[in-house]
Write a protein that binds this ligand. Structure first.
Ligand SMILES: NC(=O)c1ccc[n+]([C@@H]2O[C@H](COP(=O)([O-])OP(=O)(O)OC[C@H]3O[C@@H](n4cnc5c(N)ncnc54)[C@H](O)[C@@H]3O)[C@@H](O)[C@H]2O)c1
Length: 309
């Protein structure tokens, strides 16, 4: 299988001549107050990027460290205003990292999850197109791989090569966002749209609970025992912003290991004995395959829960 983007610039009216956009210098990050967003904003600022943090967080924006703008992304006018530099005191951006969402199934009603997440993502994609912003990195989700795997995965490690298998409204919306990105890239040759299918986001303080997963392999079967350290998630975002191939593409983003002490081969043999394992697995190697992210984006996770517990 190749790493050819799902839709390349060659598919669009601009044809093969569509070139990669210039490097990002000023980036809007939506969902900036969230678990992943906080790590992403801190990391991108550390790398020297100028970051406009966006969230609907209801506190006093003057108490937030760094540039921040309160926004409801379901309102297209607000999104256009924010990204175009039309809000007093805030300049236009040349790239967008879109993380804002209700981040899981079952947190509110299905219809409310769909309404919020689909409107926010459509508005961010459409406003980017209207404003000529040519770099968009956004949070897709591991859920499109078929979580909670009541239906076993087709093979393991899972990867980007089989069609999405959403099993919830949240995941259905993430699946539709991936299609939205493909079509926006067809309309706008030269747009680089990078979808990151993040695993379950963890901060260092979450690692204390990891040893409790060991007793029962069924406990974390639902995402093949994967996770993503928020700092490595931020690294993936940074790499996504540097990706230079016009078109839409998606990448599984997880840490290099599982949340478990027993080996990955043992977990598969015990829980999914009929699922083909397609490679020789390292002892704790992730079953959420990150080979494509490593190869194409240069993603290289640096953290492990094992360093903290
Ligand atoms: N947390 C996970 O385990 C996980 C796993 C895979 C993918 N993701 C995705 O990663 C992204 C970030 O997740 P997170 O864990 O940081 O979630 P989070 O809930 O901690 O942060 C999301 C932020 O988005 C903001 N937001 C939501 N709707 C908004 C709107 N309409 N307008 C403005 N702001 C809005 C919220 O206020 C919140 O601060 C989400 O897209 C989520 O679906 C998360």
């Amino acid at each position: 299988m190749t790493d050819t983007p799902a839709t390349t610039a060659a598919d669009g009216p601009g044809g093969p001549s569509a070139s990669a956009p210039p490097a990002a210098s000023r980036v809007a990050v939506t969902g900036a107050h969230g678990k992943l967003g906080r790590a992403v904003v801190a990391h991108l600022r550390e790398t020297g990027l100028d970051v406009l943090a966006l969230d609907r967080w209801g506190g006093d924006p003057r108490e937030v460290e760094g540039e921040f703008l309160a926004i409801d992304l379901t309102d297209y006018g607000q999104v256009i205003e924010a990204l175009s530099g039309s809000v007093d005191e805030h300049e236009a951006v040349d790239a967008v990292v879109h993380l804002a969402a209700i981040p899981a199934p079952g947190m509110t009603t299905n219809a409310a999850t769909y309404a919020n997440n689909s409107a926010a993502t459509y508005n961010v994609f459409a406003a980017s197109r209207a404003l000529g912003i040519r770099r968009v990195v956004w949070a897709s989700s591991e859920t499109v791989l078929g979580l909670p795997f009541d239906t076993p995965p087709p093979y393991a490690p899972v990867d980007e090569e089989y069609p999405p298998r959403p099993e919830s409204t949240y995941s259905l919306n993430k699946t539709l966002e991936e299609e939205l990105a493909r079509q926006f890239c067809r309309w706008q040759p030269g747009l680089v749209c990078v979808g990151l299918r993040f695993s379950n986001v963890m901060d260092v303080e979450d690692y204390a609970q990891f040893p409790s997963f060991d007793a029962d392999p069924q406990l974390r079967r639902w995402n093949l025992w994967g996770y993503i350290d928020a700092r490595d998630g931020a690294q993936a975002v940074e790499r996504g912003l540097r990706h230079d191939v016009p078109g839409a593409d998606v990448f599984v983003i997880a840490n290099h290991d599982t949340v478990m002490s027993r080996s990955s081969a043992e977990l598969m043999a015990q829980v999914y004995p009929d699922v083909p394992v397609t490679k020789e697995l390292g002892e704790h190697e992730t079953l959420l395959g990150i080979d494509k992210a490593r190869r194409v984006l240069g993603y290289d996770p640096q953290h492990s829960w094992r360093d903290h517990v």
